[in-house]
Design a protein. Structure first.
Ligand code: OSB
Ligand code: MG
Length: 381
């Protein structure tokens, strides 16, 4: 495959329901999309699910992603094409920019665009390319509310639509009460909480009060860059700890497996977000390694557009991803207007993949272009 041009645009997506986490409330997302154009005129699309600033973690903001793409990643692709004449597949694309440290979200946008081109060339849905077999599976919702009433309202709506798995955002002072209220209201639902690293070594012990509420897991209680301290507190709290922010690669996963040791199958869970681990290739490698170690995993979301969500849902067909992921908004569609011709839908909390090429949905170019702010283009020789 030979490229003619890469362009990066920012698509402005407005959330239907504002989303609150320990690091703030999001309403409008400015999303870089990588458009890779081949010499024969096909276009591959990759979303980079950025947030408005680096409060979730480093380099997840759009200014950082744009810089990495413009200054380092896309120029590396241009040089690799000059040297090798083209790319035979996704692995060769990854190899072109592998020398860049970090920039996991930015890298994932290029990889996703390349997967889209490969899918178009092979006329296959992602799930078939990835060897998925489970065509129907349970999906969950992530609730980021400002107060108990709002959380209960969003949960009520999700459960009435048939969702059987809820995740709720917590932070110091807004933790035990919302979790207890949800558990009392929904005794049988799969319930988990996400702290987005809002606790530290002085106040985490408060979370021990969550043991007894039969939670599936506590996501990222401590520091975004820590694995070790979370492995220590995991020995003192019976609810499993799930790592999100601190896992970027298979190597990070190996560190967690080693630190949890024999406790890993029972006490460790990994949230695998493809963009946070540089792309689908690494996401699959992590899931398979965890499956081998008997450790549970699931696919997290980043309030992605329907394009990104549909791609992640294809990944869910691999049985190595054992728990339901974050894929649906409790308030209905995530965005006032999304960029695909059809919206994502599921029945009774179950999603079924279809025969559609790539993610299984198509870009609505009228909406995409109308919501896009062009940023830059990189020409290939
Ligand atoms: O920590 O999982 C997170 C959204 C933005 C940033 C971080 C996180 C989230 C979510 C996922 O909770 C929400 C979703 O995409 O459904
Ligand atoms: Mg999380």
């Amino acid at each position: 495959m030979k490229f003619r041009k890469a362009s990066v645009v920012i698509v402005e997506l407005t959330l239907r329901t504002p989303f609150t986490t320990s690091f703030g409330t999001s309403t409008v997302m400015h999303r870089p999309f990588v458009l890779l154009e081949t010499e024969d005129g096909r276009v591959g699309v990759g979303e980079v699910p950025t947030l408005s600033n680096p409060a979730y973690k480093a380099e997840c903001d759009h200014p950082a992603v744009l810089t990495s793409l413009r200054e380092f990643l896309l120029p590396s692709l241009v040089r690799a094409q000059e040297t090798h004449g083209g790319f035979s597949g996704v692995d060769e694309v990854i190899r072109a920019y592998d020398w860049v440290k970090g920039a996991v979200l930015a890298k994932s946008g290029i990889e996703a665009a390349m997967w889209d081109l490969m899918a178009q060339e092979q006329h296959l849905p992602f799930w078939k390319m990835w060897g998925g077999t489970r065509t129907s599976f349970t999906v969950g919702v992530s609730i980021g509310g400002k107060n108990i009433e709002q959380v209960l309202g969003l949960a009520e709506n999700a459960v009435s639509l048939g969702y059987q798995r809820l995740k709720v955002k917590i932070w110091p002072g807004f933790d035990i009460e919302p979790a207890r209220a949800l558990r009392e209201r929904f005794p049988d639902v799969l319930l988990q909480v996400d702290a987005n690293s809002a606790y530290d070594m002085t106040n985490w012990t408060r979370l021990k009060e969550l043991d007894g509420l039969d939670l599936l897991l506590i996501e990222q209680p401590l520091y975004d860059d820590d694995i070790y301290l979370q492995s220590l507190i995991s020995k003192e709290i019976t609810t499993p700890i799930c790592l999100d922010e601190s896992i970027h690669s298979l190597r990070d996963t190996e560190v967690a497996l080693a630190l949890w040791g024999d406790l890993a199958p029972e006490r460790l869970v990994i949230n695998i977000k493809p963009p946070r681990v540089s792309g689908f290739t690494e996401a699959i490698a992590i899931a398979k390694r965890c499956e081998e170690a008997g450790v549970r995993t699931w696919i997290g979301g980043m309030l992605d557009s329907a394009w990104g969500k549909a791609s992640n849902l294809n990944l869910n067909t691999l049985t190595a991803f054992t728990l339901p992921g974050d894929h649906f908004s409790p308030g209905g569609a995530y965005f006032v207007e999304d960029i695909t011709t059809a919206s994502l839908s599921c029945t009774n909390g179950l999603y079924t993949v279809g025969p559609g090429i790539g993610p299984g949905l198509e870009i609505d170019w009228e909406v995409f272009n109308r919501l896009s702010h062009p940023q830059f283009e990189v020409a290939f020789a």
